[in-house]
Structure formats: C-alpha cells, structure tokens
Design a protein around this ligand. Sequence first.
Ligand SMILES: N[C@@H](CCC(=O)N[C@@H](CS)C(=O)NCC(=O)O)C(=O)O
Length: 336
Amino acid sequence: MSEKSYILYGSEYSPFSVKVRSYFRYKNIPHEWRPRTHENFAEFRALAKLPLIPLVAGPKNEVLQDSTPIMELMETRFPENSIRPDDTELSFLSFLLEDYGDEWVNKPMFHYRWWNDVDQIAVADGLAQSALPNGDANAREQLAVQIRARMVPRLRFVGSHEGTKEIIESSLDTLLMLLELHLKRRPYIFGGRPSFADFGIWGQLYSCMLQPTTKSLIIKKFPEIVSWIERMLDPKNMGEWEEWEHLAPTLEPLIKAEIGNLYLPWSVANSKAVFEEASEFTVELPKGAFNQQAVKYSARSHHALKDKLRKVGGRAKLEETLLKNNCLSALVAEAW
Ligand SMILES: N[C@@H](CCC(=O)N[C@@H](CS)C(=O)NCC(=O)O)C(=O)O
C-alpha cells in the first residue's frame, strides 16, 4: 500500500461501508479495504471518534467517519468522474434519493435481517465469520449466538415491530418494483454514471442480497436490480447523465410513492420529535400509523437536506417537481 493510500475499515454486512467502498473503487481512489475483525478492533477503536463503520484513515493521520461527508470531501479531492449530476436540480434529487436510501431503505434492510429465524441465523453466522476469520468453529458459533441475541432487540431502533411490519415490507416491494422499471432503460439511476443516489440505495440493497429472504425476493422478480447490484460493486462510467425529461416518467413515481408519501412525512415527524425532545413519535402514513423512537441522526440529515435545497440557485423547476411529488413542504418547513 502506498503512503498516499486510504484505509477503509468496514464490513461486507455494513451497507454504509460497502457504499463507500464502491465509491472509492469507482473514483480510483487508492485504498485498502480492511474488514473490521476482533484482531484489529483495538486499532480501529484507537482511531474511531464514533463506534461506527465505515471509518477512513487517510494520509497524515486523518480520520473520517460518516459515509455522505466522506464522499463529499473525496469529491473535492478527486473531482474526475463526479458523482453529482451536472444539472444542479438533478444533483439535489440525487442527494434526496441518497438520503432516502441511508435513512429509510435501511429500515427494510435491517427489518428483514433480524425478523425471521432464517435471516437472523445466516447474518449472525456471516458476521461472526467476518469478525473471527481465523477463529475456530466453536468460537464462531458462540459469537454468532451472542450477535443474534444482541441484534434482534435492536429492531426497535429502526421502528420495526408488529405494528409497522407491513408498512416496512410493502415499502421495499414498492421500491423494488419502481426501481426495476426505471433501470430497464439505463445502467444507473441518473443515466450512464453512478450518482450519490445509486451509492446510497445500493448499499442497502446489496445488504439485502446477503439475507436469504430479501435475496430470494430480489432474484425471483427483479432481474434489472440484480444486474445493477452486480454493476455497482465495481461501478464504471458507462456514458452521460440523462436529461430530466427522460428520467422523470419512471423516476417520479418512485420519488412520489417512497419519498413524498413515506420517507419525508416520517422524517419531518422524527425531526419534530427530536426538536421537542420527545423520546418517540407516531406518524400517519398511507398504510397506517408508524411508531418509533426518535432518531437524532436522521433529524440532522433532514436539516442537511434542507440546507442543500436552500443552496440550489434558480430552483423554480426543481420546486415544481418536488411539489408535484409531495416532497416540497417537508423540505421547506421552518422549524423541522
Ligand atoms: N450515518 C453513518 C451510519 C454508519 C452506521 O450506522 N454504521 C453501522 C454499520 S452499517 C455500525 O457501525 N454499527 C455499529 C457496529 O457495527 O459496530 C454513515 O453513513 O456512515
């Protein structure tokens, strides 16, 4: 590894880690992918400000965490093959879809990961195997049991419980159905090149492929998504950004159904709860009430998205698109 390389600590099972790894690959950023293991955990902990992966250790003792800011910073250092569509309005939509991937698609991914026995067992085994690559079978088995017992109760952190199960599962169905149609005509969400949107949504769907229930759902019914998931593992520039007029017929339905009608109403209600220091909140969504504990991180990313929208100059056409797709009010609301 050259001295100018970045070390990327992550896990194959961490959607945010593989998101950054695919980004580094696409941008040809010199890096070493270092799966976090029990053996290197002390080294990771000494660097980490937050106990989270991905973590990027850069030249000159620099430590970076949080996938979106990592990628935004790298865009300034490695401007070639930008992942922001040239058009500022499309660039904003790409951030919106990325944010939806990170903060909402994470729910079905995590829900399916820890809901059914078959998925709990497969993922806990995989996580134990990656944490102890040199351990014996017995140690790995014990670790898998511990991981499963620790993670299943965390379903409530993403709001997954009997009362929300159907909303979460049908949201993934809708995303897959609409994304499948959209990807029939292009290799990436905004045309010939991957954007922030692809990396965000892909990280979560790649994780879904490591879980038996979602893997079989995707493989059975969504061949375009399977190809895109494979393509995004090591993405290449395959052409130009497309015009909104070409993208809109199949991208607007996805934005409206998933972001306008589900994710943003949830996100506003969450931000309001965080603002009011409420520990939990309930929001009425088209398929019923969604109740969960308030998430500070998602409230921060909601504010960051609103800031990004404010910075788009001459955004009349964008605002019209957002309005038409039920997204505008959530992104211009004053307090939250
Ligand atoms: N917003 C953060 C989220 C990072 C995150 O939630 N990472 C999870 C794994 S996907 C994590 O590190 N959880 C604790 C652990 O695995 O020890 C990002 O985009 O990087």
